[in-house]
Design a protein. Structure first.
Length: 290
């Protein structure tokens, strides 16, 4: 139904308001109700098509509401433009100053972020003094305290790389098995100089000759550590017992680190190119046992 027909059905002139449409619609509805009630002579009584009336009202309401929305939108745009011009005229200099401040703050933040990124890149490029990996049933989400303790103890070393690989003692599920296999793979690829392992991993790895002997460690370190912390063993290729590990669980390097798990045994991995430094690591950490 077009607009012109809708006006004709409701008996309104073009240009009528939405209020006029609603009033006329109510009048026609009441009139129809009266006619339906009387119904004495259908041939003489005026009939009103209620379906057409409803459709005409719906069409005109939608048309007039759309026009109103268009007028409101135009008015709002004009008002916004006027207010913006007014604001810019009186506040352009303070606004410009605020804009400059915002730009400077953003630039400063970007500079700090870039600086940290560059520091991280430089840290990655700094030669590794020693590669230390915790391997066993250990869980820790933040190694920063442990890293900081090592940096403080070995301040003369530029960079100590620290990793933690979780490997469960028992593989009771597919997830445990996956974690164990993954840790073993990463361990092989990372080639650490020093391992800190639990007793379970020590027993597994020492027998197949994965560790170097600590027989050259200083007697002073051995004395501080105590006999009960020294782990002697023999390999498949050597029946002679050698010192392969020292239990450094109570070393100060773990203070505040909250690394869950049981004992922490320091060993030197066979094949390291930094044996002297690795031996120094085991010696100092052994001396730091409380």
């Amino acid at each position: 139904m077009d607009i012109k027909t809708a006006y004709q059905i409701l008996g309104l002139q073009e240009g009528a308001t939405i209020e006029d449409v609603e009033k006329r619609f109510l009048i026609l509805i009441k009139k129809q109700q009266t006619l339906n009630y009387l119904k004495k002579d259908e041939n003489t009584i005026e009939q009103i098509n209620s379906d057409q009336t409803n459709e005409a009202c719906t069409v005109l309401r939608a048309y007039l509401l759309n026009e109103m929305n268009d007028k409101i939108e135009v008015s709002w745009k004009k008002s916004f433009k006027s207010n913006f011009q007014h604001y810019f005229y009186y506040y352009k200099y303070p606004a410009l100053g605020l804009f400059i401040v915002i730009i400077l703050v953003i630039s400063l933040i970007n500079s700090v972020v870039d600086s940290k990124s560059k520091q991280a890149e430089l840290a990655d490029q700094t030669p590794i003094a020693l590669n230390v990996t915790l391997f066993g049933e250990y869980i820790n989400e933040d190694l920063s305290p442990f890293q900081n303790n090592l940096t403080a103890m070995f301040a003369e070393w530029n960079r100590i790389k620290v990793d933690l690989l979780y490997s469960p003692r028992e593989t009771n599920s597919q997830q445990d098995l996956g974690a164990a296999v993954k840790s073993q793979t990463i361990l092989t690829e990372s080639s650490p100089d020093v391992l800190i392992v639990d007793a379970h991993q020590f027993d597994i790895l020492v027998s197949n000759g994965s560790f170097l002997s600590l027989d050259d460690i200083s007697s002073e370190a051995l004395k501080v550590a105590g006999k009960d912390r020294l782990l002697y063993d023999q390999t498949e290729d050597d029946n002679t017992e050698h010192l392969y590990g020292i239990n450094i669980t109570d070393s100060t390097i773990f203070q505040g680190a909250a690394i869950s798990g049981s004992e922490k045994i320091a060993v030197i991995v066979k094949g390291t190119d930094r044996f002297e430094r690795a031996l120094e690591f085991v010696t100092k950490t052994s001396k730091s046992i409380d």
